[in-house]
Design a binder for this molecule. Structure first.
Ligand code: SF4
Length: 106
């Protein structure tokens, strides 16, 4: 198994520091993920098929990113998740290394 491919040892242990280059939102305008109301649904839909969704979501959660849709979750959803799971110190470890999908992280 290629250690640099998802699921490989090196990638799992060290993470993929280059994940931002593979985001499905790269083609979007910078403001498209910083929307409110019904427009957030469209923004979240972009994330659903993104191959680096868990990396993105864990980065937003670990860094307490306050605004925008990241990893398929709005800022409000992330705040709620952080309140529900205060015991989690590293969302990267929880979501990416352990591979727990965000749907199960509550
Ligand atoms: S999960 Fe969403 S915000 Fe994050 S990189 Fe992918 S498309 Fe962009």
């Amino acid at each position: 198994m290629d250690p640099l491919v998802k699921g490989g040892g090196v990638r799992t242990l060290l993470g993929d520091l280059n994940w931002t280059a593979r985001g499905a939102c790269l083609e979007l305008a910078p403001d498209d993920l910083f929307v409110q109301g019904a427009a957030q649904r469209s923004a979240r839909a972009v994330c659903q098929g993104c191959s680096v969704r868990l990396e993105c979501l864990s980065d937003a959660l670990d860094n307490r990113v306050e605004f925008g849709v990241w990893g398929g979750m709005t800022e409000r959803e992330r705040r709620a998740l952080l309140r529900r799971r205060p015991e989690i110190e590293s969302w990267f470890d929880h979501l990416v290394v352990a591979g727990e999908p965000p749907e199960l992280a509550h």
